[in-house]
Design a protein around this ligand. Sequence first.
Ligand code: ZN
Length: 163
Amino acid sequence: MNKRGHVLNAVLLSIGLGAVLQPTWDIATAEMILKLSVPVTLGALMPDVDTAFGKHRKTFHNLPMLAIFLAWPIYFGNLQYVWIGVATHYILDVVGSTRGIALWYPLLSQEYNLPVGIPVSSSRSDLVTVLVTGLEIGAFAGILYYVWPAATEYSTQVAAIIP
Ligand SMILES: [Zn+2]
């Protein structure tokens, strides 16, 4: 996807995640959306810096790079939520476009892709971006509301059985 697609994805994702995390539809929801939107959008723009520095879809499009953005706030105490933007950039490239990304770069240069998606230049790229974003928000809500409570309940049951 191009920059326009990644910004659209990041902004819509921030609205969706903010609404899922703070579903009170009041000022707290707006605050959560705002809190997510700037770092997530900056993160979503970061990987394509490799169009100018390094190899595109490789240098900043890999899991070791994502791990750095996940670890950064733990170690330095800043850049929280930027990893969400980096992760959603990878997802949109893999799911939404016809070219993959080098997930294991610099260990492997092979690019991984899903057999779906459309060319970046397609007139339907906004539609695909919105669909992918909807799937991301739905998956996040499903995990938060169904998988996580079920896992918590299961671990409580296990803890009750095992003294
Ligand atoms: Zn990209």
